[in-house]
Design a protein around this ligand. Structure first.
Ligand code: FES
Ligand SMILES: [Fe+2]
Length: 430
């Protein structure tokens, strides 16, 4: 929950950001980021090994495995996993790999069963992973010990009804990973929302190209003049960088914006409001990146994350998700997709605006004409995200021609914020 003093400070910072005529005093100028971060197999392989295998990743909503015995396959992290709601009520994740000869234990996309049985030779596991049934087990000899052949588990922890996994058994807890987001997100009702929509789309660009379109507001007046621009005053946006590569942006609507237009896009009145959401969540665009691949505006109506999964160096799976309080018999909320006219769903106009250039950008980046990326202060969230990518990989592992310099220091990372003192000094001087 954000306290009133923080709310007031952010509101004053909005006006201060809009009024400044240069970046804040002491903010580092951001060195160019090397092109190869988007185009080299070398950097992609480092990401796979050290980011995707060590980060907490959003896997599912509890509604997808709602009851004891419910299970689902999940392979967005590049490894075939199953998420299992145990008969004991605990949600766990396992590799979907039989401990006998490696067949998948589960072949249905999702289902419900009190035991998981591999179809090849009917080895049977409890929902906590324990191997309990081996046909003709006497033929494995007297030294065969079933208790050493449980399904291999993967770290699995929950935030409200959201299920996260981490392939690194030594990872810090999800709570530690989320840091200040853990408390700041309390007001948004993660423990009460239902899963309303989850669609995925394949994009032909590097996952960071796709994701970075959602990590700055510099593009808003140009790409989204009629959709996002009336909701988001990019000049009055306040970015905050959190430890661990997470970040927050809070942008009010432009002062002259047409409220009817805003409501039509943003505040559909028929959906239940999450009453605990504070002033900024109700009146501004309050959006977060959670490292490495979650971007979501949070409001008193929706938790609608966009999740980006690399499927190769130059392809990405984009998941568009809407979670909301119970919608009863009303229309099912789906913020990001629309009917495609053929019985399926298509990306909404806003998402199309953000993704339309992905393939062309990737092609252009792969040409010899693409050398490096200069970023402005408004795009610092992207730079800070890249700093974290390199830190996750290990600064000594990133070849110098692919590395970003670690120029944004701790003093610019929450809870520290030199802008506040600069703002107060100017108020005093005035
Ligand atoms: S491979 Fe699963 S029972 Fe043989
Ligand atoms: Fe956008």
């Amino acid at each position: 929950m954000m306290d009133q003093q923080t709310v007031d400070t952010i509101k004053r910072l909005m006006e201060w950001e809009a009024a400044r005529d240069r970046p804040p005093e002491g903010f580092p100028s951001l060195p160019d980021m090397p092109a190869g971060r988007y185009t080299s197999q070398e950097y992609y392989d480092l990401e796979q090994q050290h980011i995707w295998k060590k980060s907490w990743l959003f896997a599912a909503h509890l509604d997808e495995v709602p009851e004891p015995g419910s299970f689902m396959q999940w392979d967005n992290a590049g490894q075939p996993l199953i998420i299992v709601h145990g008969m004991d009520g605990v949600v766990r994740a396992f590799y979907n790999t039989c401990r006998h000869r490696g067949a998948p234990v589960v072949t249905q996309q999702s289902g419900r069963a009190p035991r998981l049985m591999c179809g090849y030779h009917n080895w049977t596991y409890k929902t906590d992973g324990e191997l309990v049934g081996v046909p003709e087990s006497q033929d494995f000899g007297s030294s065969f010990d079933k208790s050493c052949r449980s399904l291999i588990g993967v770290r699995c922890e929950m935030f409200g009804k959201l299920i996260f996994v981490n392939l690194d058994e030594h990872a810090m807890s999800l709570r530690e990973w989320m840091g200040p987001l853990w408390d700041e997100w309390e007001e948004f009702g993660f423990d009460r929302v239902r899963l309303a929509a989850r669609q995925s789309f394949d994009l032909k660009c590097n996952w960071k190209v796709a994701m970075e379109a959602n990590m700055e507001v510099y593009h808003v007046p140009f790409i989204h003049p009629d959709t996002v621009a009336p909701l988001v005053d990019h000049k009055r946006n306040v970015n905050t960088m959190f430890p661990g590569g997470h970040a927050r942006m809070i942008a009010p609507a432009p002062k002259d914006t047409n409220r009817a237009h805003v409501r039509a896009i943003d505040n559909p009145p028929e959906w239940q409001s999450i009453e605990t959401v504070g002033e900024l969540g109700r009146t501004t665009t309050q959006s977060y990146t959670m490292f490495p691949n979650w971007v979501s505006p949070l409001s008193n109506f929706f938790i609608p994350p966009l999740i980006f999964w690399p499927t190769s160096l130059n392809t990405t799976r984009l998941e568009l998700i809407t979670m909301a309080l119970d919608w009863g018999d009303g229309p099912v909320p789906d913020l990001w997709t629309v009917p495609d006219g053929m019985g399926g769903r298509a990306m909404s106009p806003i998402i199309l605006e953000d993704t339309q250039f992905g393939e062309a950008i990737q092609k252009s980046m792969e040409s010899d004409g693409f050398k490096s990326v200069p970023l402005s202060y408004q795009e610092a969230r992207i730079y800070s995200f890249h700093q974290t990518c390199d830190k996750m990989i290990g600064l000594d592992r990133v070849p110098p021609h692919l590395a970003v310099k670690q120029v944004i220091g701790q003093e610019w990372v929450w809870p520290s914020d030199p802008r506040v003192a600069q703002m107060e000094q100017q108020v005093e001087a005035a």
